[in-house]
Design a protein. Structure first.
Length: 127
């Protein structure tokens, strides 16, 4: 259904430091910058990109929006969260841990990135 997710940033180098650390915690490679200065991360067939807004206006986060990253284990979610907090992210909502809901049992960890975007690491334990 999705080909990629792209978010805006007001400081690409700050975002690179944050997302490189975040994705390294789950085994992904550092982002690369294209000729337009956008950061590109590719991992397990998915693409995540960070850019300065094309319209020249400041980047803002989506109110009510969340971007979820699928991780392989609860340990990866914990490492992802710790790396994010150590690199300019802010822990939000409940601490990382198991949750039960309409999608069954999940292990979730939530952060705001340095630009205020709400992101989540999600692991689905084996049933």
């Amino acid at each position: 259904m999705f080909s990629h997710v792209m978010i805006g940033s007001n400081d690409i180098q700050r975002s690179k430091q944050f997302y490189d650390a975040l994705f390294a915690a789950i085994g992904a490679k550092p982002g690369r910058q294209d000729d337009k200065g956008r950061l590109i991360y590719a991992h397990k067939g998915a693409a995540f990109m960070v850019t300065s807004p094309i319209d020249g206006k400041p980047a803002t986060h989506a109110n009510g929006g969340t971007i979820g990253f699928l991780v392989d284990s609860a340990d990866h979610a914990e490492a992802w969260h710790k790396a994010g907090c150590a690199n300019g992210g802010t822990a939000i909502e409940e601490p990382p841990g198991p949750r039960k809901g309409g999608f069954g049992e999940l292990y979730l960890a939530y952060l705001r990135d340095p630009d205020g975007n709400k992101i989540c690491a999600l692991h689905r334990p084996a049933s």
